[in-house]
Write a protein that binds this ligand. Structure first.
Ligand SMILES: *Cc1c(COP(=O)(O)O)cnc(C)c1O
Length: 339
């Protein structure tokens, strides 16, 4: 039995998704003539009650494009110190947009309205960089899949409105949050000026992310995408996988969360595990006792065809997804017990 818990990006398209992709009508998307891309963008925009959407190659690209549209060189973005946009995008905020970051500590990566308010610099004081964007991440990857309290998001939105600042969401795993907190997608999305969602994570599409916003924002984002070399031609063949995922794979994310809960319980019962971050969605992060050699543990498990990742100091991360079934969870539990 092969069990890959390294990431929810390792999913492969199902036979039904592949058939849908092969049948998709295509055209030149840089001319905005790909009917499948257009359909996907329209579907996503309507789902979240936004005016427009843009299909892009990755979640890094949708985040970086959003930052590029919102910020000018010398500006500053407020986000968590653990934010993907800062930690895992190769310094793209500085490199692509010439902007810097103001990093807030956050609770498992979730920043709060009071810290955002205190972090906004006085725009009339020429010493400071101009704060021009606030960015949140939901669910929070480095926070072990933690979900934001929707009331806190609304409070942060209020601070942004008072200071005329746009609010961006890195919603790579937004659907994992929404199937749990049951906030209606349109009500949730109304809090943000721009939203990035990944189709290639738990939703199981092979490629792509979507950027959402109003018409003017997406118009500028389309230009930024072209500048970054992200304009794709007959992209409908991959976009079809994303459309299939949005139409079929959202509700089943709950299964992934149940599987992650099972892993949490099993890990908590092991005497060589110090702590497991409370599981809220599909990410399980555990801190191991000091005597455990993490890389040795990982290679021992890999020999039994169970794969997961080291995640910083004495930590491991396991992520459930649509290619992890009940039998894979049983496999994982038995390997962890005997190791
Ligand atoms: C995966 C991920 C992204 C985007 O990653 P890509 O691999 O570039 O698609 C963005 N934000 C978060 C929180 C992620 O987990």
């Amino acid at each position: 039995m092969h069990t890959d818990l390294r990431s929810d990006t390792v999913t492969k398209p199902s036979p039904a998704m592949k058939a849908f992709m092969l049948d998709a009508p295509v055209g030149d998307d840089v001319f905005q003539e790909d009917p499948t891309v257009n359909k996907l963008e329209q579907f996503a925009a309507e789902y979240f009650g936004k005016e427009a959407a843009l299909y892009c190659s990755s979640g890094t690209q949708t985040n970086q494009i959003a930052i590029n549209v919102h910020c000018r060189p010398g500006d500053e973005v407020i986000c968590s110190k653990d934010a993907h946009i800062y930690f895992y995008e190769g310094g793209g905020i500085a490199k692509n947009s010439g902007s810097s970051v103001h990093l807030l500590p956050g609770d498992r990566g979730r920043i709060n309205a009071a810290d955002v308010r205190a972090g906004i610099k006085d725009p009339n004081n020429p010493h400071y960089p101009l704060t021009t964007l606030v960015s949140l991440e939901d669910t929070m990857n480095r926070g072990g899949g933690a979900i934001y309290d929707f009331n806190e998001i609304k409070a942060i939105r209020q601070v942004c409105l008072e200071n005329k600042l746009p609010l961006h969401l890195d919603g790579a795993r937004l659907f994992n949050a929404l199937v749990e907190n049951k906030v209606p997608p349109k009500e949730y999305a109304a809090q943000f000026d721009s939203i990035s969602i990944c189709l290639s994570k738990g939703l199981g599409a092979p490629v792509g992310s979507i950027l959402l916003g109003n018409k003017d924002f997406i118009h500028l984002a389309r230009r930024a995408r072209k500048v970054m070399g992200g304009g794709m031609r007959q992209a409908g063949i991959i976009a079809a996988g994303g459309l299939y995922a949005l139409q079929n794979n959202i509700e089943r994310l709950k299964e992934d969360h149940q599987h992650a809960k099972q892993l949490e319980t099993a890990l908590n019962a092991l005497n060589w595990v110090e702590e497991v971050l409370p599981v809220e969605t599909n990410i399980v992060v555990a801190r191991l006792s000091n005597h455990v050699n993490v890389s040795e543990l990982i290679s021992k498990c890999a020999k039994k065809d169970l794969h997961f990742m080291a995640f910083g100091d004495q930590m491991i991360r396991m992520v459930t997804h649509l290619d992890v079934g009940a039998n894979n969870i049983n496999h994982t539990l038995s390997v962890l017990k005997e190791i």
